[in-house]
Design a protein around this ligand. Structure first.
Ligand SMILES: C[S@@+](CC[C@H](N)C(=O)[O-])C[C@H]1O[C@@H](n2cnc3c(N)ncnc32)[C@H](O)[C@@H]1O
Length: 311
């Protein structure tokens, strides 16, 4: 399918969709490092600009719109006027794009917190906006470990389907392939994912195999807990070192933080995927991403639907 990608970042979501056989016809991000990474590894088609400067009528036609949108403007006091709130301009851009382009499907990724925002009123409002724009919406809370990603990352994936598509074109959300109990397959551990990498302090030719000097200390909160090599990693973060930087997860050897490469492998980026920018910027691009392996499953469902349509 032909895809428009908003808030594309380094392209974790896009890469998975492309690996499954889809085509991204237009992409955008405001962050120049993320755009450089996207251009080097995925395609030159990404536009580096603030999305607010983009005129939706100039975007190409597409079958699918994808992208996560921030939702700072969903305060409880203002729940009924979310589309008017200035802080919701990015949400509004996503909303207007699907309303104007009327794709067959949209995929929107968000943090788990969106479900409890305004005591659940925000997500109700979002669903009702999407409904008014012409879409049937499903909201799915996903633990990425259940899809073979070596990380217990929880994210909300909203799937929209244009109302007039009919039953045979129903988007079936991917069924979990892994579980804690081992059915159908056991969760993938952090050691399975990164155990083969050489010591980053010794000479090696692994891309982006450098790590943050941020001290490892165990204080029993996110980013400061011991890492168990036999389990999936905790969520790879995009912020949180207390100085505006990114808190990389400690390596299970207890001596250092994960390298950029190790973090990327836990997010299931290929080892040939090279990140651009400062160390903090690379960690942020990785922490922001949708795991490629999970994105590919969403992409495979789009390909199935495309074939279904052509029968
Ligand atoms: C959660 S990340 C998206 C990650 C991406 N889906 C992936 O899988 O790699 C959100 C992105 O929105 C971008 N962004 C934030 N404000 C923006 C704006 N005003 N215009 C364009 N992009 C923006 C950020 O730079 C960031 O890369």
């Amino acid at each position: 399918m032909q895809i428009i990608s908003l808030f594309s970042g380094a392209g974790g979501l896009d890469l998975g969709l492309i690996q499954a056989g889809n085509t991204v016809v237009w992409a955008n991000d405001i962050d120049k490092d993320a755009v450089a990474t996207y251009k080097e590894n995925i395609s030159e088609h990404i536009v580096c600009d603030d999305i607010k400067n983009i005129d939706i009528s100039t975007l190409p036609d597409c079958d699918v719109v994808v992208g996560g949108f921030p939702c700072q403007g969903f305060s409880q006091a203002n729940m009924l006027r979310t589309l008017d709130d200035d802080r919701n301009q990015l949400y509004k851009f996503f909303y207007n794009t699907i309303k104007i382009k009327q794709p067959k499907y949209f995929i929107a990724e968000n943090v788990k917190g969106i479900l409890s925002l305004g005591k659940g009123e925000a997500i109700k409002r979002i669903i009702s906006d999407f409904e008014a724009a012409g879409f049937i919406t499903s909201v799915n809370l996903v633990n990425m470990a259940n899809y073979g990603v070596p990380q217990t990352r929880q994210r909300v994936i909203i799937i929209g389907q244009r109302k007039n598509l009919g039953d045979k074109m129903k988007f079936h959300f991917p069924v979990p392939t892994h579980s804690r109990s081992g059915e159908p397959k056991p969760w993938v551990s952090i050691e399975d994912a990164i155990g083969h990498f050489p010591d980053p302090d010794k000479e090696n030719n692994v891309l982006n195999h450098i790590y943050s000097a941020y001290k490892v200390s165990y204080r029993n909160f996110t980013g400061h807990r011991e890492t168990d090599p036999t389990k999936p990693s905790p969520t790879i973060l995009a912020r949180g070192n207390g100085k505006g930087g990114v808190c990389a997860i400690p390596h299970y050897n207890g001596k250092r933080r994960l390298t950029i490469r190790e973090s990327a492998s836990i997010q299931t980026f290929p080892e040939t995927f090279h990140f651009n920018g400062t160390m903090g910027s690379c960690y942020r691009q990785i922490g922001n991403a949708v795991p490629v392996k999970f994105a590919r499953l969403l992409g495979e469902e789009l390909i199935r639907l495309e074939k279904e349509e052509n029968i």
